[in-house]
Design a protein around this ligand. Structure first.
Ligand code: FE
Ligand code: FE
Length: 166
């Protein structure tokens, strides 16, 4: 393996470890977000993305097996910060406004994941790891769909009429 290829391989492994840690942080955070959601459709969206996220973590395990490395040993500080900010929103707001804030926090998480998976997919392609790239693309597509779903929920989750009456 050429030196550059070696280094890119090492970078990809780091990226995958980071994503795996991020997914596991999300798996811990989503149940609380689902519980707090006032809007039932939003609650369902969080619950179904929790299931999806578990599958995404498994997909990374499959990739690690394929590439023969361990996923342990990395903390995704970016995700930690995003989830921390999400918690702040959850402490400060209630009802519809809490939903609106949680959607915003969740979309930041999705965008972060989309950037991470897009990068890792491209690097896997550059290394000729077609199967790995394909698995990463699958997750990337799921994250993009979730982001879209959240965008549409953002437009109707806040009941403006109720806010005006209050
Ligand atoms: Fe994910
Ligand atoms: Fe996600």
């Amino acid at each position: 393996m050429a030196e550059e290829t070696n280094a890119l391989h090492e970078l990809l492994v780091d990226e995958l470890k980071d994503l795996y840690n991020a997914e596991n942080q999300i798996i811990k955070a989503l149940p609380r977000m689902a519980r707090k959601a006032a809007n039932p459709e939003l609650r369902r969206a969080f619950e179904s993305h929790l299931e999806e996220t578990r599958t995404q973590a498994e997909r990374l395990e499959q990739i690690a097996e394929e590439m023969d490395f361990s996923l342990r040993g990395k903390k995704c500080k970016g995700m930690e910060g995003l989830l921390e900010e999400g918690k702040e929103v959850m402490q400060e707001f209630e009802e519809d406004t809490l939903d609106a804030g949680m959607i915003g926090a969740a979309q930041k998480v999705e965008h972060y994941e989309i950037a991470g998976y897009g990068t890792a997919r491209t690097h896997a392609n550059l290394l000729g790891l077609k199967k790995v790239a394909k698995l990463l693309q699958q997750t990337l597509d799921e994250e993009a769909r979730t982001d879209k779903k959240l965008s549409s929920l953002a437009e109707n989750v806040v009941n403006l009429e109720a806010l005006q009456e209050a």
